[in-house]
Design a binder for this molecule. Sequence first.
Ligand SMILES: *Cc1c(COP(=O)(O)O)cnc(C)c1O
Length: 485
Amino acid sequence: MTELDLAGRRELILRAAIAEGLVDRDREPVAAFLDLGAVAANVAALHQGFAREAPHADALHAFAAKANCLVPVLGFLREQGMGCEVASLGELAQAEAAGFPAERIVFDSPAKTMRELRHALRLGATVNADNFQELERIAAILAEHPSPSRIGVRLNPQVGLGGIAAMSTAGATTKFGVPLRDPGNRERLLAWYRSHPWLTAVHAHIGSQGCPPELVAAGLREVLDFAAEVDAQAGRRQIRAVDIGGGLPVDFSSDAAAMSPWGAYFAQLRDALPELFDGRYTVITEFGRAVTAKHGFIAAHVEYTKSAGGRPIAVTHAGAQLATRTVFMPEAWPIRVVAHHPDGRHKAGETIRQDVAGPCCFAGDLIATDRELPPLVPGDLVTLLDTGAYYFSTPFSYNSLLEPGVYGARIDEDGRVRFSTIRAPQSIAELLRRTGGDPAQLSDPGPRADAPPHEHPAPTGHPVTAHPAPSEHPALLHHSAATAP
Ligand SMILES: *Cc1c(COP(=O)(O)O)cnc(C)c1O
C-alpha cells in the first residue's frame, strides 16, 4: 500500500475515475469504489493482530458476506486469507462462487429452511443452529446422512443492548440464538450437547456497530462458561470451536485510523477471557464492517442546487437507494460527505449550511441535513465516505434507480490507479427484465439501454483485476490505467 492517507487515496482514485469516465455527469452520474490495496492491508493487519495476541490459537476469520456480498470482493478477501460467513442461500451461493471451500464457510441464519440445511450439511459448511427447532431438524438430517460439517449453536447471553438497538443482538428479547438466561434453557441446551456429540461449537454475535467491547466480552464470558460446562459434563473436550461473531465498530467521523484497531480489540478480549485464545479452541470470527467500510466510497454528481425556506439544497444522484440506513436512521448512521470540483479535486474554502439530497421521490431522501460544506454547484461531485460495507453493495431498488457500477481500485507505487469492474452498472434492459418487462418494447432505447457487457465469471486467480471493461466506457478499452495529475 502506498504511503498516502485515506483522503489522499480517495482523491487519487476519484480523479482517475473521472478521467476514465467511470463516473460521468451524463452517462454514469454515480459510481462506487473500493480501495483494494487498503482492504488488503487491513486484512493483513487483522491476521497480524490476531497472531500477536493469540499466538497459540487456530483461527478462521470469516468475512460477514452481508457487509459486502459482491462476488469479486468475496473472492478478493478469500485471496487475502479470509473465510466467509453467510446468512442466506444467496450469500452461500455467492461465497461458493467466490471460491471459498465449504470448510471455510460459516452458515448463520435465523430462518434456515429444511432444504437449506440439507444443502449446507451436504457441502460441509459450518452450521450454527439458531434455536431448538432447528437443532431437531439438523438431528433428523444427520440421522439419515452423516455430514462433515462443524455444528454449533448460537447463544444469546442476554447481557444487554449496545448504542443502536436495531444492531444489538444480546438483549433479553432479541430474536437471535438460544436465550441462555430464560428459565430451563441452559439445562435443555446442555442436555442437547450431552446427547449429541456432533455439537462441537458455540457461537455468539453480540451486536454490530455501537456495541462496546466490554459488552462483547461480557457476552463471550457467558459463552465460554457454557462451553466449559459442556466439556465438564462430557468428561472430555467436546467444544472444539468458539465463534465470537463480528461487530468491531468503525469510526465514521474521521480518518484517524486507516486500519481497524484489530490488535487492541483482540488484546482486550484476551485480557478479559484468557481461555479464549490459549489454544484449546479454534477461534472463528465474523467481522464485516471493520474489514471494508473505511475503504469504500460513493461518488455522485450534483445535478441541481436550489434553496427552500432559506436552506440551500444540493440534489445529487446518491440517496436512499445506496445509503438506505443513513437516510432512514440519520441519527444512528451519519456519514461524512465531501465536496469536489468537477475534476475530482477536493473543494475547500468557506462553507455554508446545506442539505445534501438524493434522487428518490420522497422528501426524506437526505444524506446530510444542515451540513457545513463549501457551496455546491451543478457539475460538482460529492463523495460519501466509509461506505465500503452495507451501502453500495446492497442497493435498495426504490424508484427503479439503476444500480451504479462498483469498481475496485489499485494504486501502484508510482501513483497510477488501475480499475477493475466489480459490478457493471445496471442497464435498462436488465432492469426491465427483472421487473417483468421486455426491452424490445421500447421505441427509443434511451441512455443506458445496453445489456451489461459481461457477466463476471466465478473468480479464479485474480478475480478483481482482469474483468473486461464495460463497453459504455470507451476510455477503459483504450487505456486500462490512468495517472491522476
Ligand atoms: C452482521 C453479522 C456479523 C457482522 O457484523 P459487523 O458489525 O459487520 O462486523 C457477524 N455475524 C453475524 C451473525 C451477523 O449477523
